[in-house]
Design a protein around this ligand. Structure first.
Ligand SMILES: *[C@@H]1O[C@H](CO)[C@@H](O)[C@H](O)[C@H]1NC(C)=O
Ligand SMILES: *[C@@H]1O[C@H](CO)[C@@H](O)[C@H](O)[C@H]1NC(C)=O
Ligand SMILES: *[C@@H]1O[C@H](CO)[C@@H](O)[C@H](O)[C@H]1NC(C)=O
Ligand SMILES: *[C@@H]1O[C@H](CO)[C@@H](O)[C@H](O)[C@H]1NC(C)=O
Ligand SMILES: *[C@@H]1O[C@H](CO)[C@@H](O)[C@H](O)[C@H]1NC(C)=O
Ligand SMILES: *[C@@H]1O[C@H](CO)[C@@H](O)[C@H](O)[C@H]1NC(C)=O
Ligand SMILES: *[C@@H]1O[C@H](CO)[C@@H](O)[C@H](O)[C@H]1NC(C)=O
Ligand SMILES: *[C@@H]1O[C@H](CO)[C@@H](O)[C@H](O)[C@H]1NC(C)=O
Ligand SMILES: *[C@@H]1O[C@H](CO)[C@@H](O)[C@H](O)[C@H]1NC(C)=O
Ligand SMILES: *[C@@H]1O[C@H](CO)[C@@H](O)[C@H](O)[C@H]1NC(C)=O
Ligand SMILES: *[C@@H]1O[C@H](CO)[C@@H](O)[C@H](O)[C@H]1NC(C)=O
Ligand SMILES: *[C@@H]1O[C@H](CO)[C@@H](O)[C@H](O)[C@H]1NC(C)=O
Length: 663
């Protein structure tokens, strides 16, 4: 789908400069994949990667718009780092900027779980990532992230806190060697960013700690008096499940968690439905139905080497526009902002309601982004009309037994829909206008445990449509289809086989707080992005022919099958993973007329990339790939329990086998 509007004269120049950009941004340049392994003694590390749209970072040190300034925020080894985050100081660059990108590069060698990492500027979470699992020969990955949404923070001194809890001992031998840099620069056509940024967090930076709330257990609420001249306010929610909540989409109804007590163990409960809620002064202001993130140790580790799961290196935050609340929030008084996570409670007879709590635990924070009027006006208006009826919830389940009465299968269905509409009239110095926030969500989940719980099939889909009077619109869907079976033999040797197919559709129009990725293609002044800063005639021509995009359409799918085995003297996990990724630009006035900006089709077999085709603005290029079986890393896959990988089954590897199974 080559956009007709791209002038063919420009394809080559675009190709050359974008190839360089993509190679930088996505670490595509690694030639090691292409080299046959002869008798090379030194093992090369495997290059893990997440597939995502290119992020433009400038080359060189200055251009006509000012300086390009790179600062190292962290160079640190995470070994025994539970409760002991990295703490550093940041001071702003000595020149002005309106864009910031970060480069997080990590190496590790040995055996290690996947770990969650949260980065904060002071008390505000600005990046949630997770680690790839290392191998005996070592791994390396780079993730480049847009950070302009936090410009108001980057303009001041900050305490940088990076909380990546790791454990290194005789069994789990891999520390994470990390480097985090930030690059500051200026582009001519930048978007407005928030004037004030406030955390919904535990605010523990003064004690050199991370500030995430753990729920249930902690009350995830804060209270603020907002600037009275706020004209627009957006809250982003960051939330993911851990431990009994990591595989929430496979969880059972509370009334049925004991169905396979003697085979798969107690199942985790509160149903496979989750809702992250934002409350303002105790009233629902919006929700996030979470994307089913799968970390690199999730289900079958062989799925995620070297292509990690969708968003695993950068967990997406959900935006909720709270502007309709501004007439109330700008009254100079304190107001509370609270995050809750709900699942479902059921009565054992086919009825369910939203639960007050879920299992342990969810890691949650929120961020309040405030856009202020230029003068000291006070925002007033009507109090919000809040239409947030309870969701419609339908559940059903059935159990079959074998001829001697033991439970053989458990099948359960969950369907939830919800509509939210919040409106008010806001009066600011610039006049009176209607403010609105609406969400329309739909969820379905089918789970089938067969073979007395040894096999589980999950088919889920979540779709949503969020709309704000600001012009922001987000439509999304997250289908997930996963089948897993496990076995544990008399000696305690364990195996897991799995197949998976999942997707993420994420379409953003209008003034999102988080960069949607299209600004990288909004090249109205291309000189800035060319390698030497030279304004080539071809690039000027190109810039004139590209439209200015207002919408980003992201569609990606992953399909995979893999096996995991951990035995007395051997362990392995191998498999095949394929990912397709499409990133398109669109204009709000003609959303059906789209421009293919970036595509990638990549396949990995047994840890080697065997197909890698990419298209940047219409130009296709192949990346050198390996033959299947080349470059297979020495395994480091033992020591994990079935329960830590799947969320059901035995929790500890049997005595005598390597490992402790905890996390
Ligand atoms: C990211 O940083 C690493 C080193 O820390 C460097 O090797 C790599 O080239 C950088 N990538 C980009 C796109 O800046
Ligand atoms: C958390 O604290 C706030 C403010 O004190 C209160 O309104 C809210 O009910 C509490 N939430 C929970 C879940 O206890
Ligand atoms: C607002 O709430 C914060 C945190 O609970 C508290 O420290 C502060 O004193 C309150 N301010 C007012 C004006 O009530
Ligand atoms: C069979 O499943 C039911 C419902 O979950 C449970 O109450 C019962 O204990 C199970 N039976 C056995 C033998 O595990
Ligand atoms: C500033 O506020 C005053 C009223 O308080 C208004 O008359 C004026 O137009 C405002 N200026 C701007 C730039 O909005
Ligand atoms: C039913 O399942 C139980 C528990 O696994 C098993 O002991 C029993 O032999 C099974 N009965 C038949 C008829 O297969
Ligand atoms: C998920 O739902 C979306 C929106 O209804 C739909 O377009 C998509 O086909 C569904 N995906 C699957 C795998 O069912
Ligand atoms: C799920 O996996 C089991 C065990 O490998 C297999 O028997 C079953 O056919 C699979 N189900 C689907 C729908 O693929
Ligand atoms: C996984 O599949 C292999 C065949 O490829 C089979 O030998 C093994 O028993 C299966 N393991 C599980 C847990 O289903
Ligand atoms: C694209 O550039 C235009 C100016 O040419 C600017 O108004 C707009 O905000 C930019 N969009 C993004 C997403 O950066
Ligand atoms: C495992 O390896 C050890 C040491 O090499 C050996 O003594 C033992 O027999 C092996 N066990 C099995 C079951 O192969
Ligand atoms: C992947 O590895 C497994 C186990 O070593 C092997 O059986 C299979 O043939 C390999 N697949 C390919 C395509 O090389």
């Amino acid at each position: 789908m080559l956009p007709a509007i791209i002038n063919s004269h420009c394809l080559l120049c675009l190709y050359v400069f974008m190839l360089q950009w993509a190679a930088n941004a996505l670490s595509l340049q690694n030639p090691d994949h292409a080299l046959p392994k002869r008798q090379t003694p030194a093992p090369t590390p495997l290059v893990d990667f997440q597939v995502y749209e290119p992020v433009l970072t400038p080359s060189g040190t200055s251009d006509q718009y000012g300086c390009i300034y790179t600062q190292t925020l962290m160079s640190y080894v995470f070994s025994n780092s539970y409760g002991a985050p990295f703490v550093g100081e940041y001071t702003p660059p000595p020149c002005s900027f309106n864009r910031v990108t970060m480069n997080f590069t990590v190496t590790s060698q040995g055996r290690q779980f996947d770990r969650l990492g949260l980065m904060y500027l002071g008390d505000i979470e600005v990046f949630r990532t997770s680690t790839a699992e290392p191998s005996a020969n070592g791994i390396v990955w780079t993730y480049v992230k847009e950070m302009e949404q936090y410009n108001a923070l980057w303009e001041k001194d900050q305490k940088v806190i990076f909380d990546l809890g790791n454990i290194v001992n005789e069994v789990y031998t891999g520390p994470y060697y990390t480097t985090l840099t930030a690059t500051f620069f200026t582009i001519p056509n930048s978007r407005p960013t928030a004037d004030t940024i406030l955390p919904i967090s535990a605010e523990q930076s003064a004690e050199n700690k991370g500030s995430a709330f753990s729920v249930p257990g902690q009350n995830a609420s804060v209270s603020y008096t907002l600037p009275q001249n706020t004209e627009r306010a957006v809250i982003s929610l960051s939330a993911c499940g851990q431990a009994t909540e990591e595989f929430w989409y496979t969880n059972a109804f509370n009334s049925e968690v004991n169905t396979f007590e003697s085979t798969a163990g107690t199942l985790y409960g509160f149903s496979p439905f989750r809702e992250v809620q934002l409350l303002i002064d105790g009233q629902l202001a919006g929700v996030s139905w979470p994307f089913p993130i799968i970390f690199t140790g999730g289900i079958v580790p062989g799925f995620w080497r070297p292509i990690v799961g969708i968003d695993a290196f950068d967990l997406r935050q959900h935006e909720i526009d709270i502007s309709p609340f501004l007439p109330r929030l700008c009254d100079g008084e304190n107001h509370t902002f609270e995050i809750r996570v709900a699942g479902l409670n059921d009565d054992g007879a086919g009825h369910a309601t939203l639960s007050e709590v879920v299992g342990s635990y969810w890691v949650v924070t929120g961020t309040i982004f405030l856009f202020s009027a230029t003068n000291e006006s006070v925002t007033t208006g009507t109090s919000p009309s809040i239409d947030t009826p309870l969701p419609e919830i339908q559940i059903s389940s059935s159990i079959t037994t074998n001829s001697t009465g033991a439970n053989e299968t458990l099948t359960y269905n969950t369907a939830v829909t919800r509509d939210i509409a919040i409106t008010s009239t806001i009066k600011t110095a610039s006049g009176s206008k209607k403010a609105s926030w609406t969400q329309s969500l739909s969820y379905s989940n089918f789970n089938s445990l067969t073979d007395q719980g040894f096999v589980q099939l999950t088919i889920q889909n979540t779709t949503g449509s969020d709309l704000s009077s600001s012009g922001y619109a987000n439509t999304y869907s997250y289908p997930l289809d996963v089948n897993s079976s496990f076995s544990v033999d008399q000696q305690g040797e364990l195996g897991i086989n799995g197949t998976l197919s999942r997707g993420l559709d994420f379409n953003v129009f209008g003034p999102s707080v988080f960069p949607s990725g299209i600004q990288n293609f909004n090249i109205t002044t291309p000189s800035f992005f060319s390698p030497e800063g030279a304004l080539t005639p071809q690039l000027i021509q190109l810039s004139a022919s590209l439209p200015v995009f207002s919408g980003a359409l992201l569609t990606t799918t992953q399909t995979a099958s893999a096996e995991y085995f951990s035995g007395i003297n051997k362990s392995y996990s191998f498999g095949t993973t394929t990912q397709d990724f499409h990133f398109q630009g669109a204009q709000i006035n003609s959303p059906d007329e789209t421009y293919e900006l970036y595509e990638r089709h990549v396949m990995a077999i047994n840890s080697s990339v065997t197909v890698d085709e990419q298209t940047l603005a219409g130009e296709t290029f192949g990346i050198p790939v390996a033959q299947p079986g080349e470059n297979v890393p020495a395994p480091a896959f033992d020591g994990f329990s079935v329960r830590s990988l799947l969320g059901r089954g035995p929790g500890q590897p049997k005595a005598g086998l390597i490992g402790g199974g905890g996390s």
